[in-house]
Ligand binder design. Structure first.
Ligand SMILES: Cc1ncc(COP(=O)(O)O)c(C=O)c1O
Length: 371
């Protein structure tokens, strides 16, 4: 098995914990333990104080799976399988979907494990390029043409990291139809679901829409609770969920019990949590709209529709990697060059989920104005 260098995680791990301003984050403003506990119902508060720290049900705590299932119309707790973060969910799912003599269709740029882990498990991957000119929407004809007899799955991510765009209704339906017609799995990474500008309209998750779908969710992004390391997949295919659970017995066995309960508290209070996080995103996006207008000659982007990051094209002369290094050194502001996504164009990911983003943007703007 080969695990290629994970460029994005490597880039972040060397900078994220010492940078003063994270202007590239893909997660919402983090909540503290005490803020979260204040949102707990009396029943969950009591459970928190008397929590036994033993093993829990491998597929996920029963209350947690029931609460998560509320996010998936038509599905119940038996349709949910929990993991340590979204990343373990991707790993365990792909270990069962892919092997030698299998094939996957992925869309690039993307979060690297979505494209590279199928290869680690032995699959061949056809990489379909998303293009700025198409507003980052996938080329459905190219996807259709890439389907082979050994294709197992089409892998998508909506809202998308790094562009913040979402599959159009038509493209989503076309992908569902393609997967149903060809007996493929539609693996939908939906870790940014329910976070974004208030105007965003949310359709049902893919796992609710089709028996061919697997939806990936997590506490990290929309809820701002990455430190809990709780993620999940949802699917109508219970046999497949059981097979995937077998891999979890070799990785984490069960979730962290305190994290499971804290996730229950957060999901029960999701309206409050998503409203606060959404307000930050709305405010920051309005600042970015003005910033993009002021610097229209140098920067362009497709305005993100969901999540809290976007991909900016820099038409300046300087290489973005150099710009990012110099910016970090001079101001403590961290952006993320598109090269971590293997993009050759001069692009960078900008994040707007954090409360101190306005200050970070001010530092960034003064830096570029100084030239
Ligand atoms: C699209 C996408 N999927 C999965 C993950 C992994 O999420 P987690 O850190 O919660 O495991 C990330 C993290 O950045 C992501 O952006």
């Amino acid at each position: 098995m080969h695990f290629p260098e994970f460029k994005l995680e490597t880039y972040l791990s060397r900078r994220e914990f010492s940078a003063a301003y994270l202007l590239c984050c893909s997660d919402a403003e983090t909540w503290t333990l005490s803020e979260l506990l204040k949102l707990a119902s009396p029943e969950l508060q009591q459970r928190w104080e008397a929590l036994p720290l033993g093993y829990d049900i491998p597929s996920g705590n029963a209350t947690l799976r029931e609460t998560i299932a509320q996010l998936y119309p038509g599905l119940g707790p038996e349709n949910i399988l929990c993991f340590a973060g979204a990343e373990e969910g991707i790993f365990c799912t792909f270990s069962r979907l892919f092997g030698d003599n299998t094939h996957a269709i992925a869309l690039s740029p993307c979060y690297q494990s979505l494209r590279d882990l199928p290869k680690t498990f032995g699959a061949q991957v056809t990489d379909i390029a998303l293009r700025f000119e198409d507003q980052w929407q996938p080329d459905l004809e190219a996807i259709r043409a890439a389907i082979r007899p050994d294709t197992q799955a089409i892998i998508v991510n909506s809202p998308h990291n790094p562009t913040g765009t979402m599959l159009s209704k038509e493209n989503e339906q076309a992908l569902i139809n393609l997967c149903e017609e060809h007996g493929l799995t539609l693996f939908a990474d939906e870790v940014y679901r329910l976070l974004g500008p208030k105007t965003t309209e949310w359709r049902a998750p893919i796992a609710s829409q089709t028996g061919a779908g697997i939806s990936l969710g997590v506490m990290s992004k929309s809820y701002g609770l990455a430190g809990l390391r709780v993620g999940w997949i949802a699917s109508q295919n219970i046999e497949l969920l059981h097979a995937i659970e077998q891999t979890k017995y070799y990785t984490s066995i069960c979730n962290s019990v305190p994290s499971e309960l804290l996730s229950c508290i957060a999901l029960e209070a999701r309206d409050t949590i998503l409203a606060r996080n959404g307000n930050i995103v709305d405010h920051n996006l309005s600042l970015l709209d003005s910033f993009m207008e002021r610097h229209a000659e140098r920067f362009s982007w497709v305005r993100p529709e969901g999540g809290c990051c976007g991909l900016v094209q820099d038409h300046g002369k300087e290489n973005v990697e150099t710009l990012a290094d110099e910016l970090l050194k001079a101001t403590g502001v961290l952006i993320m060059p598109g090269s971590v996504y293997d993009l050759t164009s001069n692009t960078f990911r900008i994040g707007f989920g954090r409360k101190n983003m306005p200050e970070a943007l001010e530092h960034f703007e003064s830096f570029i104005l100084k030239g």
